[in-house]
Design a protein around this ligand. Structure first.
Ligand SMILES: [Zn+2]
Length: 473
């Protein structure tokens, strides 16, 4: 990730074949190989790691995931590439940091020239399917590329009284039953339960959030809080967190049912399972709500749990900082395949297999460039630097945190620890110069239907007014 000066041209040349990799050719199944594992990437949108039992969370909302983690490898310090869905999912599927893939804004498309995990596996003869319940990861934005089957049920999933994870399961079970059993598969499952609205179904709500007013979890209410049009009630953060936790509990049960199904149809021992989130959520941790406006750890610290088909590393917990961009090379490594040259991620297989820890973790970059806010961050070892370039809430400038000693990021050490601040600022500068928006993502035209779907998720312009007309707060 840290490149010597002058390496950019060489790197770009090395990357060209990768970028030009054919995306999705008609299936040409290679010779059958019984040994090739299946792969499931299960992403729970908006799931901050610290709520989960296996990450030290305070409530018993994740028994199925906790049990799964004991049969898998749990990465204690996994870092998101951004604080909202699309750039993070692009990083997950491409192994590139946002500064490289260039997908930042609400209408940016997945660039057609970047190789993706489903595209690579499809070209290798895998059956590929995706079942997605987010309005921002859709075919319209190019996310169907590389998938034989890509289904999105955004409105149905959001408006239904059942959790989106139940819809994801129905789709997955049905597809698994009718798939071609002679070929391995790649399945991308994207559940939206903890994303607002925080509207947990019964009986979960009575159990985990009996005190909270269910109406407080509506998109309209949370957006009004987020945009400063409503002042929070004294227990607002606790109530919303309880509703949020409850949605995690519903999602946990659905994830457990998926695992049961895989076992009952005999796929458990032949399937790699990656459990991950795209970003976390704010509950006034640093004065804000929801996500997409800052890069603090409540947004960047995500769960990452990997079950190898062969059970390598089962039960291991790894403290080293790892990243969403590491998922693509790790999955390919688990399948015995090389990753594309020039990506930002590195295979975690050595860590997973118990090799001695790397002498120094690679830097973990994150970027947010949305609705007039521009922030970049980098974590290296114990230090994290956040550089705010433009924002309507945070002061523009640099913040440095010792995330080992101060994981809640309470004390800005930018002026007291100048050496790490300068080192990390240099890393950010270099990443920005070398990345330089290597691709031109192109944008999707905003029609009224799309705007409605995005607003239902709270992705309309904040405050409903252009950035220039808003009062800084
Ligand atoms: Zn998201």
């Amino acid at each position: 990730v840290i490149r010597p000066p002058g390496a950019f041209l060489t790197l770009t040349a090395a990357l060209l074949p990768v970028l030009l990799l054919p995306a999705c050719q008609p299936a040409q199944p290679p010779a059958r190989s019984a040994a090739r594992p299946n792969v499931i990437v299960y992403l729970v949108d908006t799931l901050r790691a610290d709520r989960l039992g296996c990450y030290g969370g305070p409530r018993p909302i994740s028994p199925r995931l906790d049990a799964f983690s004991r049969e898998s490898v749990l990465f204690e310090n996994a870092t998101a590439a951004s604080a909202w869905t699309r750039p993070s999912v692009v990083s997950l599927l491409t192994g590139l940091n946002p500064l490289r893939h260039g997908v930042h804004e609400r209408l940016d498309r997945l660039p057609a020239e970047i190789a993706t995990l489903p595209g690579i596996l499809h070209a290798d003869g895998y059956q590929t399917a995706a079942f997605v319940s987010s309005a921002v990861i859709t075919a319209q934005f190019g996310f169907d590329r590389g998938f034989d089957v890509f289904r999105q049920e955004v409105k149905e999933a959001i408006e239904a009284t059942r959790p989106t994870s139940a819809w994801v399961n129905e789709q997955a079970f049905s597809w698994l039953a009718r798939r071609d059993r002679d070929r391995p598969f790649f399945l991308y499952l994207h559940s939206l339960d903890p994303h607002m609205p925080y509207s947990p179904p019964e009986p979960y709500r009575k159990r985990f959030a009996p005190q909270a007013d269910p109406a407080a979890g509506s998109v309209a209410h949370v957006v009004a809080l987020r945009d400063g049009q409503l002042h929070p009630a004294p227990h607002e953060a606790d109530d919303l967190l309880a509703l949020y936790d409850t949605e995690i509990a519903a999602n946990d049960e659905a994830f457990g049912r998926l695992l049961d199904q895989l076992r009952s149809v005999g796929l458990w021992d032949s399937t790699v399972i990656v459990f991950v989130s795209d970003h976390g959520e704010e509950f006034l941790d640093h004065g804000g709500w929801e996500h997409g406006a800052s890069l603090y750890q409540e947004l960047l610290h995500v769960p990452l749990i990997v079950k190898d088909a062969r059970g390598r590393g089962a039960g291991r917990r790894i403290a080293e900082t790892v990243r969403q961009v590491d998922v693509l090379p790790t999955v390919l490594d688990l399948l015995g395949k090389a990753a594309p040259q020039g990506i930002d991620g590195q295979s975690l297989l050595p860590l997973l297999s118990g090799s001695p820890q790397r002498s120094r973790s690679p830097a973990a970059f994150a970027s947010l460039d949305l609705d007039g806010r521009r922030l970049d961050s980098v974590i290296l070892g114990r230090w994290k630097l956040v550089r705010t370039i433009s924002h309507d809430r945070l002061p523009v400038g640099e913040e440095l945190y010792d995330v080992a000693a101060d994981p809640l990021e309470r004390t800005n050490r930018a002026t007291t620890n100048r050496d790490p601040a300068a080192l990390l600022a240099g890393l950010l500068q270099r990443a920005e110069r070398d990345g330089g928006r290597a691709t031109a993502p192109g944008q999707v035209p905003l029609d009224s239907e799309l705007e409605k779907e995005l607003r239902a998720l709270g992705y309309g312009s904040r405050g409903g007014r252009p950035e220039s007309e808003r009062t800084p707060r």
